[in-house]
Design a protein around this ligand. Structure first.
Ligand SMILES: Nc1nc2c(ncn2[C@@H]2O[C@H](COP(=O)(O)OP(=O)(O)OP(=O)(O)O)[C@@H](O)[C@H]2O)c(=O)[nH]1
Length: 349
């Protein structure tokens, strides 16, 4: 998914509200135009420009207030400018305009409530709107007409664009932070593989979907303590990273994780193979090609036979224990050894 697609998915709710606001705003302008003589093109050619500007202003309107004080102030100012422009328009309409004052003020208060999330901002906008509509002197100098509307359109378009930009930048940052946090919460810091939490969630998905042909493998490094004791912890860490590299997803490995310590888990897809033993033999060959510094004991279970992630992990653990008991460096499946998993240059030997 591209960044734009992910962003569109990310804040759907806000954009739905914005769309409602825009529809209400456009409806408001159309209502005013229907009854207003001032907005008719025959009055003045610039009127069309003003109407077009008003439409643009509505389309670039702010989405919602955020915690930034300047952003919040801009939102309140935006509503007041809109109120002022409409108030001026009603003034030019003469007597009939008075009838529009109350419904228009009500509509603007409603629109404010949709995108102002803070009580203080909403209170300021509502008070300002009522003040503009009901308390402002009704006699404005005639010559302020079009120039007022043009200034208003420019100001409101500028504010709207700035606020929208700040919203988009802010939400993209938020989206990235959320992705970073998710990655941190689901990744093992040393190896970069999935961690236990993510892997168990994945197993749950596999069980819920009833996916066929998957094998769960639990891998445990043999005599790992000896590596640490003999070569030190950093060599032990490097050995864990080598194991992780050998089992990274790709080919038949659908997913892999470090469950903790020197224990790993792998989901193997056996759809392409004749039987499970062939897939497990292929996995042992892959480990051998990786020339790991430590041998691994492996317990395997057939996922379609399991009813939950917990039961699958317990069953695989039983097989792993059997492999350790039988002498380590081997794969056990259904209580039988399938093959050996010897390492070429075992540090723990
Ligand atoms: N270097 C390193 N060592 C770790 C890490 N996590 C766990 N260990 C070590 O892994 C060793 C696990 O030891 P044991 O549980 O006794 O297992 P083992 O020595 O592999 O023996 P068997 O599993 O019976 O073959 C301990 O010494 C832990 O300190 C890690 O992140 N880095």
């Amino acid at each position: 998914m591209s960044t734009v697609e992910r962003w569109l998915e990310f804040d759907k709710d806000t954009r739905r509200k914005k769309f409602i606001n825009q529809c209400l705003g456009l409806l408001l302008v159309l209502m005013v135009m229907l009854v207003s003589s001032h907005f008719r093109p025959q009055q003045h050619p610039l009127t069309l420009l003003a109407v077009a500007g008003l439409m643009i202003a509505i389309l670039v309107q702010p989405v919602r207030t955020t915690s930034s004080p300047s952003w919040r102030a801009c939102s309140v100012l935006y509503m007041l400018l809109l109120a002022l422009a409409l108030r001026a328009e009603f003034h030019y309409m003469g007597g009939a305009g008075i009838l529009w004052l109350l419904p228009c003020a009500g509509g603007m208060v409603l629109v404010s409530s949709l995108f102002m999330t803070r009580g203080l901002d909403y209170g300021a906008a509502v008070a300002g709107i009522w003040l503009v509509f009901l308390a402002l002197p009704s006699t404005l100098p005639e010559q302020t007409g079009l120039s007022f509307i043009l200034i208003y359109v420019l100001a409101v378009t500028g504010f709207g664009t700035l606020m929208n930009r700040s919203y988009i930048v802010g939400s993209l940052r938020l989206m990235k932070a959320r992705d970073d946090f998710r990655l941190l919460a689901e990744t093992d810091a040393l190896t970069g593989l999935e961690n236990r939490r993510r892997f168990i969630a994945r197993l749950d998905e596999v069980v819920a979907e009833g996916r066929p042909s998957l094998l769960l493998l639990l891998l445990d490094a043999d005599h790992f303590k000896r590596i640490n004791d003999r070569w030190g912890h950093s060599v032990g860490d490097q050995a864990l990273v080598r194991i992780a590299e050998a089992i990274r997803p790709g080919d038949e490995i659908m997913a892999s994780a470090r469950l903790g310590g020197e224990e790993f888990a792998v989901l193997l897809d056996s759809a392409e193979a004749k039987d499970q033993a062939t897939v497990l033999q292929g996995f042992a060959d892959r480990l051998a090609r990786s020339t790991l510094p430590v041998s691994l004991s492996v317990g395997a279970v057939w996922m379609p036979g399991e009813t939950s992630s917990a039961s699958a992990l317990v069953a695989a653990d039983v097989q792993l224990y059997a492999a350790k008991e039988a002498g380590r460096h081997r794969i056990f499946f259904q209580g039988q050894m399938i093959c050996e998993t010897l390492a070429a240059q075992a540090l723990a030997g």
